[in-house]
Design a protein around this ligand. Structure first.
Ligand code: NAD
Ligand code: WQD
Length: 341
């Protein structure tokens, strides 16, 4: 199958490319590298011994996006491209709406022009907001609490409306919980710019000596040990879920939101212990006040993914930490300059 992958050079996109190529699909990536490196694609080519077509472009540029889609004529699209930093979305909301929302309407219009009716979209568990009950199932009310989350909720609605209005359209909105880890080779992984916002890359950078200590944001939550509890999902499992979702779009019409998580909550303290075990490094830490906007607990109901996609997570927290550490210790400063591989 021919799959057009926006944001394919990024963290989750690059891992998904490896699986798509290994499964024999032909891919074309559309990415402006605003939060990624061409080296990631070079390494994907190396890992898979397959070529990856690449168009450097911005999803806000409707003409460029349409031209790329019409030219490639894909059977399906996976839409990763977007901005994802919650804090930045509070400071630059219009940038987030333009990139995530307008970029997505541009993509759907380009798909119409290219006569492509299958899409898998990167949504987020952040659309649920504050838990009214746990685990979060897909029927839980939507209530995002920041501009980033609102862009995801809006795009879910737009894709759902598009699918309803488009004969034979099929869309899957994957609501990722907390993606972590790396490809087992250690050749591709998460390479955040500046100070990591998320827990796992921060822990990895402390372990490798790039940062002095981890700040744990609060130890007075109503959880087993007082630290925040999340559903961490191995990025390789997440990549598999995209292939399962692509298959699903080939056999069912309409639009479905589907959680992608393990169903298991892991606390910050538990994750640090697992990372110490995986890395053999001490990981100094301090407890600091809660981060505004954080919830105590978040984890997925997984029954819908199992039922519709025939997919469930296979990799545990130890595998997440071990693969993250392999990537981080082999690439302490992240990807090298473009041109190197
Ligand atoms: P990432 O930043 O590594 O990847 C996003 C990719 O999109 C990057 O390669 C970036 O260069 C590209 N991009 C951004 N704006 C673009 C634009 N205007 N035009 C073209 N390309 C553009 O992020 P990721 O972690 O791989 O996330 C992928 C998707 O999954 C995003 O939509 C994100 O919101 C969503 N998501 C991520 C997480 C997470 O914790 N990583 C959780 C839930 C949902
Ligand atoms: C996890 C836990 C923190 C950093 C975010 C987005 C969400 C989604 C995934 C895109 C929490 C604690 C963190 C640190 C800490 N992204 N923590 N010290 O907040 O669950 O979700 O990423 O869609 O939208 O909001 O993930 O990794 O930031 O935090 O103690 O330095 O780690 O308080 O309990 P979060 P996270």
């Amino acid at each position: 199958m021919k799959v057009f992958v926006t944001g394919g050079a990024g963290y989750i996109g690059s891992h998904t490319l490896v699986q798509l190529l290994a499964a024999g699909h032909d891919v074309c990536v559309f990415d402006n590298y605003c939060n990624s490196s061409p080296v990631a694609l070079a390494r994907v080519r190396q890992l898979t011994n397959r070529d990856v077509a690449m168009v450097e472009g911005d999803i806000r540029d409707a003409d460029a996006l349409t031209a790329a889609l019409v030219d490639f004529a894909p059977d399906a699209v996976i839409h990763f491209a977007g901005l994802k930093a919650v804090g930045e979305s509070n400071e630059k909301p219009l940038l987030y709406y333009q990139t995530n929302v307008t970029g997505s309407t541009n993509l759907l219009a380009a798909m119409d022009a290219a006569n492509c009716r299958r899409i898998v979209f990167s949504s987020s568990a952040t659309v649920y907001g504050e838990a009214q009950y746990l685990p979060f199932d897909e029927e839980h009310p939507i209530g995002p609490t920041n501009p980033y989350g609102r862009t995801k909720a809006m795009v879910e609605g737009i894709i759902s409306d598009w699918a309803r209005a488009t004969p034979d359209a099929s869309a899957v909105l994957l609501r990722y919980f907390n993606p972590v880890g790396a490809h087992e080779s250690g050749r591709i992984g998460e390479d955040p710019q500046g100070i990591p916002n998320n827990l796992m890359p921060f822990v990895a950078q402390v372990a490798v000596g790039r940062r002095a200590k981890l700040s744990i944001f609060g130890d007075d939550y109503d959880t087993r040990d007082g630290t925040g509890e999340r559903d961490y999902i191995h990025v390789v499992d997440l990549a598999d879920a995209h292939l399962a979702a692509l298959d699903y779009t080939g056999r069912a019409m309409g639009c479905e939101a589907i959680n992608v998580g393990t169903g298991q909550g892991v606390t910050v303290s538990e994750l640090v212990v697992a990372y110490r075990r995986a890395s053999g490094r001490p990981i100094p830490l301090e407890i600091v006040p809660r981060r505004p906007g954080d919830v105590a607990r978040s984890y997925a109901a997984t029954a819908k993914a199992e039922k519709l996609l025939h997919w469930r997570a296979a990799l545990d927290v130890d595998a997440m930490c071990a693969s993250s550490w392999r990537w981080q210790s082999d690439n302490p400063q992240g990807y090298p300059m473009a041109g190197e591989v």
